[in-house]
Write a protein that binds this ligand. Sequence first.
Ligand code: TYD
Length: 218
Amino acid sequence: MDRFWLQCSKEVAHIFIVFEGVDGSGKSTQLNLLDKYLIQKGIKTLATREPGGTPVGEKIRELLLDPSYTEIMDRTEALLYAAARAQLVAQVIRPRLEQGTVVLCDRYIDSTLAYQGYGRGMDLPFLSKINELASGGLAPNLTVLLDLSPEEGLARSRKEKIADRLESQSLTFYHKVRRGYLELAQRKPELYLVLDARQNTEQLHQVICARIGGIIGV
Ligand code: TYD
């Protein structure tokens, strides 16, 4: 019975993979392709996203992404992302990792460091502290960073009307976010796979599969 189970669905110890990048970098596409690849290999996976991934988190997501709440303060915003993350880690990510499921997450703590920290200029130690509390110190085994210029990302993924709304200040913000991501990756290069997101989808997928295959052993 055990052998049958192993053949059908291989369990691996605590593998947590995060995808990061500026809006439009193609991380969700790559996460979904990796998910399918791992499932085909017989690996148990769970794909989730931030903010969201739980009923409470999805409610917080609605609040955070609702453009009518222009009054949300930077600290409130950072704490709301952290609150959604705390719920996701406790309700979904940790229990699944403990069951041997490979967890793939679209955005995690680096999004807060890049967007609220580098983008909005909030204090990085403060952000690290609230996220340490929110996550209980859970860190990914690998972060796949899809690096792309904001101009390309926004032109690629956003509908015309949103791209048209961009003024130079918004682009400046996204440039800071991109720089933030690259700086985070440079600090701990062994924990990141930084890829030029201008490569085609299949090329990127192959590189990601090779690296993650090496970690999981498939
Ligand atoms: P979403 O529609 O999920 O964007 P994407 O498909 O690019 O992931 O919206 C999430 C937005 O929230 C995105 O602009 C990044 C931002 N964000 C933060 O600013 N801080 C965070 O901690 C997280 C998780 C997301």
